[in-house]
Design a binder for this molecule. Structure first.
Ligand code: GLN
Length: 266
């Protein structure tokens, strides 16, 4: 009886080991990365790294300077990685692919001037918010669209899968919304008269208007939103660690410093 128990025990232990190995490979998540930031232990996709997904065409939150991705989100992520003792790796992808990359465990977090929405919360968890975004409307100078109330019946350019896209499609119907992969492409279409207005976050809107003659931003705001980082629902330990780091960075003024560096007061 005793011997039988022992062999069952060994069999169970072996099975547990095999299961653990299978699970580790199957979900594409942790390859054994464990870090200790004082409180809880957490796991990342690659040991010692914090892999962040973004779409690097969203100045001043993320954009290319030569080969490097820089901007508010790059600096916020670097500050979080430093606190957690991890090396930051930034992966550039389409905005619409970020949540899937987080959900499927290909990256540790998404940080992309991303707005917290009810719909996205069904698929990922969001950290504490670190910035506010405003959906602005860009029109050509002299446009008959002078406030958000004039938008109905006009062609609106948006960046695919963004809140500007989601809200405009809901409110005005898909026939009136033209989707572009990059915000800059929507603005280019506006300068070419292919669309009548572009709905996009206010900070990139300011950059695009500065870079293109003859465009203005309407005084009336289309929506006010919270930006946060998204993390897999399956990784609450990483969520806690990132949130703890982020909240410390908010409390000690680091986040405000980063925002002020890129966003000049008017
Ligand atoms: N804030 C917008 C959103 O979350 C746009 C973000 C972006 O284009 N990077 O949908």
């Amino acid at each position: 009886m005793k011997k039988l128990f022992k062999s069952y025990f060994l069999l169970a232990a072996a099975l547990t080991l095999v299961m653990a190995m299978l699970c580790g490979c199957g979900d594409g998540a942790a390859t054994g990365a464990n870090a200790d930031n004082g409180a809880a232990t957490f796991t990342t996709v690659t040991e010692g790294k914090l892999i962040m997904a973004t779409n690097a065409y969203f100045p001043p939150y993320e954009y290319y300077e030569g080969d490097a991705i820089v901007g508010i989100d790059a600096e916020v992520a670097q500050a979080i990685a430093d606190k957690l003792g991890l090396e930051l790796e930034i992966q550039d992808m389409e905005f619409g692919s970020i949540i899937t990359a987080v959900q499927t465990g290909k990256v540790d977090m998404g940080l992309a001037g991303m707005t917290v929405t009810e719909e996205r919360l069904q698929n990922v968890d969001f950290t504490t918010s670190y910035a506010t975004g405003i959906q602005s409307v860009i029109v050509p100078e002299g446009s008959e669209i002078t406030s958000v109330d004039d938008l109905a019946g006009h062609m609106i350019g948006v960046q695919l899968s963004t809140t500007g896209d989601i809200y405009a499609t809901e409110e005005f119907g898909a026939d009136y919304v033209e989707q572009y992969n990059k915000g800059a492409d929507a603005v280019l279409a506006l300068t070419q008269g292919k669309v009548d207005a572009v709905i996009i976050d206010n900070q990139p809107a300011l950059s695009f208007v500065a870079a293109n003659e003859g465009l203005i931003i309407l005084d009336t705001e289309y929506a006010i939103e919270d930006y946060a980082a998204c993390i897999s629902k399956n990784n609450p330990d990483l969520m806690n660690a990132v949130n703890k780091a982020l909240e410390e960075l908010i409390a000690d003024g680091t986040i405000q410093e980063i925002l002020d560096k890129y966003i000049k007061a008017e």
